[in-house]
Design a protein around this ligand. Structure first.
Ligand code: PEP
Length: 244
């Protein structure tokens, strides 16, 4: 039985004072049967770890390299040494603005797993791809190229976040039917590739999830939680989604 995970992606927002205040509020949500995570700016990771057992701290990115002369980079081993639970990999903003390729993302996933961390691997199609009915092929390719080489045991440390690019930060959400259809497709592909472990892999939905639409999206059979951007910066909205 899969548990639900509600993860906030703060992106490049908050001052340190705001970050501490937001984190302390989230840390104090009365726990329910869902897990919680916050993906925070890298410079705040050390100051926010460790959280209480129901709340995990994640990075938003990590290096594809193990260590060495890579100025500005943060390695998976560094994240592990802080008590960070893992990192987002392949968020569409990084694919788009930093030209991150599948080859690079694959190495980031490998670094995280080598350090016993969890990768929240983000996938999703553009509007153009959906309009051309390429959405299933796009996410299948994103899975194959970046995590297709993993063993079923390694897949236990992978969370998938399906985030249609056209829904991120736009206020437009996938309908419940669109989300369920895609999540079922992803699970079925994971089953073909990795076997029965696919039943235990959490597949989160992301893209303008908010207090108004969370309950219905989270009720979909194959939606195992949410990756939430804008609404995770507002304590009341994030708590509402956590309890949805
Ligand atoms: C995200 O950035 O992962 C995201 C889902 O953002 P938003 O909720 O703001 O659409």
């Amino acid at each position: 039985m899969r548990s639900k995970l509600i993860a906030g992606n703060w992106k490049m927002n908050t001052s340190w004072e705001e970050a501490k205040s937001l984190f302390n509020s989230v840390n104090e949500f009365p726990s329910n049967n869902k897990s919680m995570a916050v993906c925070v700016p890298a410079c705040y990771l050390a100051g926010l770890c460790p959280a209480h057992p129901n709340l995990s701290v994640f990075a938003q990115d990590c290096s594809a390299h193990e260590k060495g002369a890579f100025t500005g980079e943060i390695s998976a081993a560094m994240l592990a040494s802080l008590g960070v639970k893992g990192s987002l990999v392949g968020h569409s903003e990084r694919r788009q603005y930093h030209n991150e390729t599948s080859e690079l993302l694959k190495r980031k996933v490998d670094q995280l797993l080598a350090n016993k961390l969890t990768a929240i691997y983000c996938i999703g199609e553009t509007l153009e791809e959906r309009n051309n009915e390429l959405h299933f092929a796009t996410v299948t390719k994103q899975i194959e190229e970046v995590i297709g080489h993993l063993s079923s045991t390694q897949m236990k440390n992978i969370v998938i976040a399906y985030e249609p690019v056209w829904a991120i930060g736009t206020g437009v959400t996938a309908s419940n039917d669109q989300a369920q259809e895609m999540h079922a497709h992803i699970r079925s592909f994971l089953k073909t590739t990795f076997g029965e472990v696919a039943n235990d892999i959490q597949i989160l939905y992301g893209g303008s999830m908010n207090a108004a639409n969370a309950q219905a999206l989270l009720a979909c059979e194959d939606v195992d939680g949410g990756l939430i951007g804008g609404a995770s910066l507002k304590v009341a909205d994030f708590e509402f989604i956590y309890n949805a």
